[in-house]
Design a protein around this ligand. Structure first.
Ligand SMILES: CC(C)(COP(=O)(O)OP(=O)(O)OC[C@H]1O[C@@H](n2cnc3c(N)ncnc32)[C@H](O)[C@@H]1OP(=O)(O)O)[C@@H](O)C(=O)NCCC(=O)NCCS
Length: 393
């Protein structure tokens, strides 16, 4: 999950979902470099800023350990996201990444990493306007240092460093409701290993259901359905890029990816991102694409299962670019089968893009929380769920 907070200084729209907004546009104008603050914001004296080198195994492990013990938990403190070190490198080192946006806070005396925030560049289209902005993620303060107002300083500092690179807009998501989201989505979960999910408390056995009947309910075919579906390989990148950008035109808010970005984000990397294409056997052209990423969660204090292995829907393109909802359903069903074969316990997605069309038929259950999408320093009219096509990690 992603996270970012607005501070009192954040120019996000203050009014509730404003249906009257007709013009997209920045809330505050860009500032000249010389008018920006040149020095880092001061931290309380026992702490210091530290740039994190994610390519360095030791520093990457430090971030991994910080997040593993202190990052987002569910409301009952039963599960906590456990982003792996490989995942963090994938998430934070895309084309055009900037080390200055991988910001750590250390204890000055012993150099222990106690807080982190990050940004990565992306091209985002919001209605008919496209621009570079940053995606903010992985804001985390060590549990022992909470409520010391470190988070607002970290947010101001990353904003300053992003501004110094000539970027004045950002996007981020949070479970918390802050003024004012551009879109609000719901999480949905599809059990792949219902027995384990019930044993960990992730899901509950429904009334009138036995474990055996539940297992049968969620059983999937052993074989995929779409002919010619196979793992994506590097040589598929140009075709997948073209298909993805064509399909994304359906939606109001979408990332625009270059071939270089598709290579980074979508060529499979074991344990991190899984992508498949379907190829027409006669024309040898790719017709469909589907991907998901792997994000385990620690099961806090469970002696039998210490992790849930969750797959999260990433991007997809069904044959016919979304006109044929039956084909989309077959594609996603194949993704469920492939995720189960890759040992995932649950398949999660939001109700964005065209997902609402298959959730019920494919036996997804509604999750408990909302995920709100925010734009920093940009105003636009509210985006319905089926107009949203941005997936943040
Ligand atoms: C989120 C987190 C970094 C905040 O740090 P903190 O030490 O609790 O809070 P601080 O004292 O530094 O800052 C307090 C400010 O942050 C805001 N804030 C704290 N947690 C927040 C949250 N989850 N969502 C929105 N705002 C939040 C407070 O409202 C307050 O701002 P305000 O006084 O202007 O309203 C910390 O709780 C954490 O690491 N949580 C686990 C990871 C996580 O949840 N990340 C963010 C997910 S949205």
């Amino acid at each position: 999950m992603r996270s970012f907070l607005t501070s009192p200084h954040s120019p996000t729209p203050r009014i509730d979902l404003d249906e009257t907004v007709e013009e997209n546009g920045p809330i505050q104008p860009d500032q000249a470099r010389e008018d920006l603050r040149q020095d880092p914001y001061p931290l309380p004296k026992e702490f210091e800023w530290s740039l994190i080198e994610l390519g360095n195994a030791k520093e990457c492990t430090e971030v991994y350990e910080l997040l593993c013990a202190n990052y987002v938990e569910d409301d009952d403190a039963t599960f906590r996201f456990a982003y792996t070190a490989d995942f963090l490198k994938w998430a934070l080192l895309p084309p055009g990444f900037k080390k200055v946006w991988h910001i750590g806070v250390r204890v000055a005396s012993n150099k222990k990493l106690v807080a982190f925030i990050s940004g990565i560049p992306a091209q985002l289209r919001v209605f008919d306007h496209q621009q570079t902005l940053v995606e903010i993620n992985f804001l985390c303060v060590h549990k022992k240092l909470r409520t010391k107002r470190l988070a607002p300083v970290m947010i101001k500092e990353i904003t300053r460093r992003v501004n110094l690179e000539g970027i004045f807009q950002a996007t981020y998501t949070a479970g918390a409701y802050l003024p004012t989201p551009m879109a609000t989505c719901r999480y949905y979960h599809r059990s792949l290993n219902p027995k384990k999910l019930i044993e960990t408390g992730f899901s509950a056995l429904s009334r009138n259901m036995t474990m055996q009947r539940t297992v049968r309910l969620y059983r999937l075919p052993a074989e995929t359905f779409i002919p010619g579906i196979r793992p994506m390989v590097e040589t598929d990148v140009p075709q997948v890029t073209a298909l993805l950008n064509a399909y994304m035109k359906r939606f109001s808010v979408a990332q625009v990816m270059s071939e270089e970005e598709v290579r980074h984000w979508l060529v499979p990397a074991r344990g991190v991102v899984y992508s498949y294409v379907a190829e027409d056997r006669q024309t040898e052209k790719i017709t469909d694409f589907v991907s998901f990423y792997g994000l385990p969660s620690t099961v806090i204090g469970n002696t039998v299962h210490n992790q849930i292995n969750a797959a999260y829907m990433f991007y997809y393109v069904p044959k016919g670019l979304g006109e044929d909802l039956k084909r989309l359903q077959s594609l996603i069903k194949d993704a469920l089968i492939l995720a189960q074969q890759a040992s995932f316990d649950v398949f999660n997605c939001l109700d964005l893009m065209q997902n609402a069309s298959f959730l019920e038929d494919l036996k997804f259950g509604q999750g408990s929380g909302n995920l709100h999408y925010y734009l920093y320093n940009y105003r636009c009219k509210p985006v319905p769920r089926d107009g949203m096509a941005l997936v943040l990690l």
